[in-house]
Design a protein. Sequence first.
Length: 403
Amino acid sequence: MKKIALLLSCSLVAYVGKAQDSTALAVKAPASTATPTAAPAAEPVSTGKFTFSGYLDTYYFGNFNNPKSQSNLGLSGENVGNARAFDQKAGQFGIGLVQAKALYTSDKVDAVFDLAFGPFADLGNYGNNVGFLGAGSTSLAIKQAFVTMKATPKLSFTAGQFGTHIGYEVIDAPVNYNYSLSNLFNNGPFYHIGLKGQYNFSDKVYLMLGVVNNVDNIFDNNKRKGLIGQLFVSPVSGWNVYLNAIVSNEASPDSLGNTPDGNYSLFDLTTTYQISSKFFLGLNAAVGSQKGGFQVPYGVNESRSWSGIALYSNYTFTDKFGLGVRYEIFDNKSGVRALTDAAGNGASVNSITITGNITAAEGHVLLKPEFRLDSYSANKFQKNDGSLTKSQATLGMAAIFKF
């Protein structure tokens, strides 16, 4: 958790009991000399445990267009564009995100305390930065904060703020094969606040349903609630399939306090397949639609849609080096999302990203050299002389420390 982009796995621990037969007959002792029967042993009490983890990342990316703005975002009318999610600066060193995470686990309850600081954390909390809270609020540091109650071994309920279930990629830089994030990630939800329940039919199938506030905000912007869902299926070992959805009214109240009718929906397929111990494939496809306002009172009167598909691969050459490739097509020609051309009109974009994954310092340091090429359907990016071009190529490296 915009959602949350990301891989999941299930494990089953089997306890096998062996029955013993005995043909010997026990001889009952006289009552006066019989050994007293021991009281049944009390069930062990689970005390739970804490696990601490975190990371920090820094990066440098050069831009072959050498834009005067030193930005990878491109243009959108009179405003900056939305061509990159987080790694927005060109030709300069940058700090990404510093994470501190605590996880409490026990038989009956789990809890996550996940804090994030830095420019990427602020961008992930865009809804609060420019909305209700404004810059400087300590609430902006909350990346995730939720508790999971295990009602039964199969049924659990989670309440609080959690990363989105939508999409393949996640905000955490050590987890993704690529450092820069996809347009699918950038245009999907990042997190939700609400209540969700999950039922595990088996280790190969589960269903999650939930009720949430509006997306990417710590306070709801209206009285309507959104619905989320996820169906997980693992047809064979190594192959995971996730069907994800969210439907809500994201319109803000008008000047009279009334919430206009609106509909925001996003349906998402994420599937991963570990073909061999070295070769991995992933696919993320999504289609969304919007009618009415999106966190504003009014918007488009008719339903407009956007869509995208991304193919992921990673080949692990050694335990120290792997190569990840992402190819993505994103279509926002309707203009309903923020990804537009330099004139502010709807656009489509093809992107390819090639990322090395170098592991050092016993797994605590990750180095990610990366090349990315974005090609738009119309002029999007600025050159050093102020002229415009449809494409942008960047080359650089990210360094990540994790524990």
